[in-house]
Design a protein around this ligand. Structure first.
Ligand code: IMP
Length: 411
């Protein structure tokens, strides 16, 4: 158990503060061993976290990164949109590595099923938008269309797994054809559902009751946020956002947990910044600097493999994310990616739609694997202390490499 181990009954959340891909998975991996339950609340297979299973790297999209801790119960909450074949693939991958997750997997009966036709609609809508240069650059995993159905009260929820839904699908066929020119392949959808029911039927349950029983029993719950604050449907850089609520409020709503039980919310931000897809990015850089950050940081979409747009940290974004989520502390990730930079610009404020930059002197030495703050070069310490001062929030965790142990933990 870590020195910062949570007390009995704690509910802790890890939430991204930028545009996703902050490296939340590593912190979750570190924290999860001290928690009884790891829960995902919202989103779907648009998320992508790289997990090393049996010495091999895999990208998980639906299961939370905490699923590798074999003691933890895994909950997929009501706010999620679940593509069942993807979930079965992840389960099979874990089984091949000797981990049977099914007995400890609980899926909310209120979560929505994301069908193949949702992915097809996503593609049609992106094509339409691209004709007017307004494409969002979605992951094309059907996320927007699944939430459209949910909001229109025509979605099909996990509670229907194992039931005959051919009539519901038949009703959709006409609408899919006329609105999107899509011919529904009902046979394929039903087959996928049938295969999923055979494996997952007993996992589907009322996760509200379950979570509340756990809380009463003093179990410790870790909420794993998906995507990140600046992609939130309400508070993000709309319309270049995802279709779910990615903040702590969205996570609580997605899981049916009341705010009063919430403990610490940990904000995760990279020491620089990236974005996938379209939308404003004031501190974005181009050319050699972008390429260097991309290569050093491995900044390629884990789901789509698209090169991520790269740029510098922007303090006003962190402040805004902190306001929305009430962060108790920061995890600043991937500090070592900046090891070769001569100058490290940081956006300190926004003026007339542009970022005002302050330049920090680079440390030009390897920080990989450093686990104590005072062993960091002075310039790196200065950058971290600047983030803490400017946001008014302490930096408790600092990522200094890909490995699990490559993290500075400050108590
Ligand atoms: P959607 O969620 O697939 O609809 O995509 C909407 C926007 O959110 C696009 O710009 C995506 O690149 C972005 N996005 C969605 N999920 C993630 C994520 O997990 N990491 C980074 N960007 C994401």
């Amino acid at each position: 158990m870590s020195p910062l181990a949570p007390s009995s009954g704690s509910v802790t959340a890890v939430i991204g503060a930028q545009w996703g891909d902050e490296g939340k998975g590593k912190l979750i991996d570190l924290l999860a061993e001290d928690y009884d339950v790891v829960a995902r609340a919202c989103g779907g297979a648009n998320a992508g976290h790289t997990i090393v299973v049996g010495g091999k790297k895999h990208v998980f999209r639906l299961l939370p990164s905490g699923c590798l801790h074999t003691h933890a119960e895994i909950i997929l909450g009501a706010g999620m949109v679940i593509h069942l074949p993807t979930l079965l693939e992840e389960i099979a991958l874990l089984r091949d590595a000797g981990i049977d997750i099914v007995p400890r997997l609980r899926i909310s009966c209120e979560a929505h099923i994301l069908f193949e036709f949702h992915k097809e609609i996503d593609g049609v809508l992106e094509e339409r938008r691209s004709k007017t240069g307004t494409d969002i650059g979605t992951t094309r995993r059907g996320i927007g269309p699944a939430y459209m159905d949910k909001a229109a009260r025509m979605g099909i929820r996990m509670e229907r797994l194992g039931h005959d839904i051919s009539e519901e699908l038949r009703k959709r066929a006409h609408d899919l054809q006329t609105c999107y020119g899509i011919t529904l392949n009902a046979k394929r959808e039903l087959k996928q559902l049938h295969e999923a029911a055979a494996i997952l039927k007993d996992c589907v349950t009322d996760t509200i009751d379950l979570l509340h029983e756990h809380m009463q029993a003093g179990k410790r719950i870790l909420i794993e946020g998906a995507q990140a604050t600046l992609l939130d449907i309400d508070h993000g850089t709309y319309p270049y956002v995802t279709s779910s609520s990615t903040t702590i409020a969205g996570a609580l709503q997605g899981l049916g947990i009341p705010p009063k039980v919430l403990g610490d919310v940990i904000g995760v931000a990279k020491a620089y910044c990236t974005r996938v897809g379209a939308g404003d990015f004031l501190t974005e850089v181009q050319g050699e600097t972008a390429e260097r950050l991309r290569e050093r940081g491995g900044e390629y979409g884990s789901v789509t493999k698209r090169p991520r747009r790269c740029g510098w940290l922007h303090i006003p974004d962190l402040r805004r994310s902190a306001m929305i989520n009430g962060f108790a502390c920061w995890n600043i990730t991937k500090l070592d990616v900046l090891d070769t930079e001569t100058v490290i610009p940081v956006g300190t404020e926004e003026k007339n739609g542009k970022a005002v930059m302050k330049e920090f002197v680079g440390w030009k030495t390897a920080t990989v694997g450093i686990t104590a703050f005072d062993q960091l070069p002075k310039q790196a310490q200065e950058l971290i202390l600047f983030i803490a001062k400017e946001t008014g929030i302490p930096v408790r965790y600092i990522g200094t490499g890909q490995g699990r142990e490559e993290m500075i933990v400050r108590s």
